[in-house]
Design a protein around this ligand. Structure first.
Ligand code: KIV
Ligand code: ZN
Length: 521
């Protein structure tokens, strides 16, 4: 376990906020089981600080922080808190079981946020900084203070608040680019300004937290590190509010690949990156865009003939890092129905999955079922299959039991006969609709009445051919809250219903989050 007060001056602390800011992505929500899986993954890959949630935001968030605090031993577990006493106390209570805990308290410091959002004077905000840090220090000596909308804050006031936060006991000072407004040079100058002007800055670590509204979150974070910041806040796959946060995998691989110009270290096990990306994508239902740096499906693919020719001669011609360095296997061995358990488990390992025994057995059973339906089982099929397994949670309130669809050119409306298990009770219905998907979704609505609107229905074939698995994404919206569900199956209708049910289960979790002001961080 690293003691942050005693580490090399070039070491950058990796603070992951996938479970907090990441979960604030529109359409995203994770249940407890999913959050625990992600937290264990982050711990295993060497993340220094895991921001597990915002304890006061909802009973679900409180429980998530509390459970993560119980199971994570190697990383610091952190909860966000606004500056009020109730927030700080809730964070402290949720973090109580943690081996190492951090309270992260924040308040807006920009003129716009103070006058319009908070309706507080700068003097009142300054007092709230002192009070919240002081209160947090009663619970732990690891306190982080953030100046929300820091990059649009007047320099004199920012320096005054930082100096007071450090005096009150904060050991990490975060200057977020909350609205993704800054640019690298300006942000670096701000970090240098704070380091030059705040007299007690040597008693704290400077942190950065960048949003990606202008696509500059990673560039801004790296510029800040070069200027002296030594903690970067980031998320797996760059998920987060609006356009997202700086992506962990891009920060870490940029530091690793260009250590010649950015000689800063971190403890991330980069070969876990692909695995982490897949897990987060599976539990959130957010597919990674194919051209996403580091973890996109095309990140290591070479299409142009000239590039392929170069790579065959020497990979370094067009590859600045190896696929293996991010945990991506080059083994494209295709499996089929004669492939045995050993080959399948090896393949899981190559693909970066580290499953427990039960999950491995289940995945093998599903692989065999798939191999009966599909001659060649490609890597993409196995990824879809395992991710689908990850998305099915024992605690889901709604489960698909059976589905029959009737449709065609005969002049009868398409019909769906469906059985769902709702809170342990199996219910069935026959429903009609404008098409088979509509009929199936109407059946779900009859069995589990709800008012959510379908905002997105998207199907994509995992591989080529008519026997390919369909991967379906469904987005539902209810009272301004959106959730994504995803599922894969060789039967497009089954995948569609499973994706809808997945989204509905997530919506039920999200309904609990009833503290809108708490979610505005
Ligand atoms: O973007 C932001 O300002 C935040 C803070 C709460 C750190 O998420
Ligand atoms: Zn943020």
């Amino acid at each position: 376990m690293t003691n942050f007060t005693d580490i090399d001056s070039d070491r950058v602390i990796i603070f992951d906020t996938t479970l907090r800011d990441g979960e604030q992505s529109p359409g995203c929500s994770m249940n407890l089981e999913e959050k625990l899986k992600v937290a264990k993954m982050l711990e295993g890959m060497g993340v220094d600080v895991i921001e597990a949630g915002f304890a006061i935001a909802s009973p679900g968030d409180f429980e998530a922080v509390n459970e993560v605090a119980k199971v994570v031993k190697d990383s610091v577990v952190c909860s966000l808190a606004r500056s009020g006493n109730m927030d700080v106390d809730a964070a402290a209570e949720a973090l109580e079981p943690a081996a190492r805990k951090r309270i992260h308290t924040f308040i807006s410091t920009s003129p716009l946020h103070m006058s319009v959002k908070l309706q507080m004077t700068p003097e009142e905000v300054h007092q709230a900084v002192v009070d919240s840090v002081t209160r947090s220090r009663n619970y732990t000596d690891d306190v982080e203070w953030s100046a929300e909308d820091g990059t649009r804050t007047e320099h004199d006031f920012l320096c005054q608040c930082i100096e007071s936060a450090i005096k009150a006991g904060a050991s990490t000072i975060n200057i977020p680019d909350t609205v993704g407004y800054t640019v690298p040079e300006e942000y670096a100058d701000m970090i240098k300004m704070v380091m030059n002007r705040v007299p007690n800055i040597d008693k704290a670590r400077l942190s950065v937290h960048c949003h990606n509204d202008l696509g500059l979150a990673v560039a801004n974070s790296l510029a800040a590190v070069a200027a002296g910041a030594r903690q970067v806040e980031c998320t797996i796959n760059g998920i987060g509010e609006r356009a997202g946060n700086a992506s962990l995998e891009e920060i870490v691989m940029a530091l690793r690949t260009r250590a010649d110009v950015m000689p800063y270290t971190n403890e991330i096990v980069t070969t876990d990156i692909t695995k982490a990306s897949r897990l987060v994508s599976a539990v959130t239902g957010f597919q990674v865009q194919p051209n996403k740096a580091i973890v996109g499906a095309n990140a290591f693919a070479h299409e142009a003939g000239i590039h392929q020719d170069g790579v065959l001669k020497d990979k370094r011609t067009y590859e600045i890092m190896t696929p293996e360095s991010v945990g991506l296997s080059e083994n494209k061995l295709v499996l089929g129905k004669h492939s045995g358990r050993h080959a399948f488990y090896e393949k899981l390992k190559d693909l970066g999955y580290d499953l427990g025994d039960n999950a491995k057995h289940d995945a093998f059973r599903r692989f065999k079922e798939l191999a009966d339906l599909k001659k060649d089982v490609f890597d993409e099929d196995i990824v879809a299959l395992v991710d689908d397994e990850v998305m099915t949670n024992a605690n889901d309130r709604i489960k698909l039991v059976s589905l029959e669809i009737m449709c065609g050119t005969v002049h009868q409306p398409p019909k769906a006969k469906m059985e769902l298990e709702v809170d342990g009770e199996v219910k069935s219905v026959d429903a009609t609709g404008d098409g088979p998907v509509d009929a199936a979704f109407n059946a779900i609505k009859e069995l589990f009445p709800h008012t959510a609107n379908l905002q997105l229905y998207q199907v994509h074939a995992v591989t080529q051919g008519t026997d390919a698995q369909a991967e379906v994404t469904v987005r539902l919206e209810e009272n301004g809250k959106t959730v994504n569900g995803a599922a894969a199956d060789t039967d497009t209708m089954v995948a569609s219903v499973k994706a809808y049910v997945h989204a509905l289960n997530k919506l039920l979790v999200k309904r609990e989050k009833t503290a809108p002001a708490a979610l505005s961080a």
